[in-house]
Design a protein around this ligand. Sequence first.
Ligand code: FAD
Length: 394
Amino acid sequence: MSSPTRVVIVGGGAGGITVAARLANSGESLKIQIVEPSDKHYYQPLWTLVGAGVFPREESERNEADFIPPGVEWVKDFVESFQPDQNRVTLRDGRQLEYDYLVVSPGLQINWQNVKGLKEAVGKGGVCSNYDYNTVDSTWEAIRNLKSGNAVFTQPSGVIKCGGAPQKICYLAEDYFRQHGVRQQVNVIFASAAGMIFPVDRYRPSLERVIERKGIQTLYEHDLCEVRASTKEAVFRRPDGSEHAVRYDMLHATPPMGPPDFISRSPLADAGGWVEVNKHTLQHARFANVFGLGDASSLPTSKTGAAIRKQAPVLVENLLAQRAGKPLVGSYDGYTSCPLVTGYSGMILAEFDYDKQPAESFPFDQSQERYSMYLLKKHALPNLYWHGMLRGRA
Ligand code: FAD
């Protein structure tokens, strides 16, 4: 009997676990290893609602062990480097793992240090961020403690995970201020490095109406470059190189993000540092037995868990086809989804593809705010994630 095909998966987050589950369910003869250093697995999309006080942060956390599929080996370490010419990865403890196929999904890296003063300021003095489990509670604290002044919400330049998340928390906070009688005393400001609220035509007019209705001040082409905690100033860089300082009483910062350093310096990276994969087949551009998905990949779509839900089955189909010597017919169309929460009772479910064309799931106008979609975000999507997607079933 021939020995099983060895598959090493880098990262046990949304992408890694979903692919592992689907491979384990495939019935093929595979020896699967997941390299993942963390004891905990996070459903990060919930952090928007955690920051708004809807759930405690513990609700977003599970033990990693409970999501390693049966029969799959968990290698609890960091991957340090890749040797794709020898079909090997090297771990931080010096061990090497050999593979027949490699799947790369280590997520992206948050670069707090790229905004001067942010790393030191975040988590206290009204400076907060939903983008880390350790800082998400500070968002809820800042929102409920603010009684007057400027509430500033930022979105950086460059690629971030869930491009809509910076504005969702702005809408939720505005709703909270209104419901708690302080809205008249609070100036809500959304400051974005982008030139518009959302890049997809189908949803932008609805979001512009939300901003108008809520009386939110927008500062476009404002890229946060410094936080001066001592004077409570957020400093923004403008396209012409000038700087504009805005006083804040609360500041929700979305930090700059980029590919993980160990990917950027590896032979798997493209010029931007991301894992260079074919945008339809998810196969690596230079190494036929390497596949990639999720936030660390070069796939030119909005980086979300919803995108991974569509990427994972394509990747598994193509990996198994490659193994069988067949053509790779699985094709990913760039589908991604952004549940744009507009308050504690409304949501616009944006779903679109590589061409920014709508790819909607429901037979109604998804560009409108709906309470039913808010309930989807709050209850149905977390269940779909934990019980469907991570089990390789949805
Ligand atoms: P991750 O899930 O981040 O997992 C990466 C894993 O790799 C981690 O477990 C990490 O420990 C591991 N790892 C890192 N380095 C190494 C290494 N050297 N070796 C081995 N393992 C390593 N998505 C949506 O679909 N809808 C939303 O509404 C939504 N909202 C969001 C709101 C916020 C505030 C945030 C932060 C994210 C949101 N997302 C949303 C995005 C979604 O969470 C990510 O796109 C998704 O988790 C990416 O999955 P991934 O597997 O690529 O990376």
